[in-house]
Design a protein around this ligand. Structure first.
Ligand code: ADP
Length: 267
């Protein structure tokens, strides 16, 4: 399997309407299920984000910052359960297309320490891949050795699995065309960066918290931090717009797609 695996991360901004609590983008989920199936990509792992399913309850109960007992424990369970519901929609769409997708619940085999993956049990996942199944994972509320609970992002899961399985390519599907010079939803003349080296990516990271803090915020910043480690290991990384029809299909087939390619050396 080494060097063959493709990992696709479908952002919460793609499969849900982020500004409407618990609202899936059913049309996008169905279309993506079709594109993934038609691409015949294999071996493949699918990871998806939480969007308005994960973040609503996680924020309400403060799950990411740790577990202090009481009401929060219920919040942890509810957050996890909301993600299970979203995951079911994704898996069902894939099954409808005839893909042997199997849900893997991150909280049942991954424990974090201060929000970073500390221990994970890979055997079942590896065996599923070897048998030809398509594992489907998601950002989840997980148990954390240091703080009780944490929110483990789909981005971190995708990146860690890519390292563990020595993946060939990781494709991050989001709701914008890739990494821009600034948030394209905020800055009108933000430019798409079609190719960037790890060194330049690190530069963007270093500037966060300083004057350019708004250049890469929230989710995109989180992705960048996870991506740096991948590219240093020779894994191809693409950030593309999964809301544009056929982008995911083409990226899975190895065809060129408008987006951001992160490369190891200097441009
Ligand atoms: P997902 O949840 O789908 O993984 P996020 O919503 O966390 O994705 O991140 C994607 C969002 O990041 C985009 O919708 C965009 O508004 C925002 N963003 C912030 N800075 C940038 C940037 N420099 N380039 C591209 N997108 C950015």
């Amino acid at each position: 399997m080494k060097g063959e695996l493709i990992i696709i991360k479908l952002g919460g901004s793609v499969i849900t309407f982020k500004d409407r609590p618990f609202t899936p983008n059913v049309l996008a989920i169905k279309r993506l299920a079709r594109e993934i199936t038609e691409s015949k990509a294999s071996p493949l792992i699918i990871v998806h984000g939480g969007g308005s399913f994960g973040h609503t309850l996680a924020a309400e109960y403060g799950i990411a910052g740790g577990l202090k007992g009481g009401e929060q424990m219920l919040g942890f369970s509810k957050t996890h359960n909301a993600m299970v519901r979203l995951n079911m929609l994704v898996v069902e769409a894939l099954l409808d297309e005839g893909l042997p997708a199997v849900s893997f619940s991150p909280s049942s085999f991954i424990i974090t320490r201060r929000g970073r993956i500390q221990s994970l049990y890979m055997d079942a996942l590896e065996q599923a891949l070897k048998s030809g199944f398509i594992p489907v994972l998601y950002g989840d509320a997980v148990l954390d050795y240091a703080q009780g609970s944490a929110i483990l992002s789909g981005d971190q899961i995708a990146a860690r699995l890519a390292v563990e399985f020595d993946a060939r390519r990781v494709i991050f599907g989001v709701d914008v065309d890739g990494l821009y010079t600034s948030d394209p939803k905020v800055v009108q003349n933000a430019r798409l960066i079609t190719e960037i080296t790890v060194e330049d990516l690190k530069g963007i990271t270093a500037s966060v918290g300083g004057a350019r803090a708004s250049d890469v915020t929230g989710g995109m910043m989180g992705k960048i931090l996870e991506i740096i480690d991948l590219v240093s290991r020779g894994i191809e990384v693409l950030i593309i717009n999964a809301l544009r029809e056929n982008n995911i299909y083409r990226a899975l087939r190895g065809e060129s797609v408008v987006g951001t390619r992160i490369i190891g050396g200097k441009v």
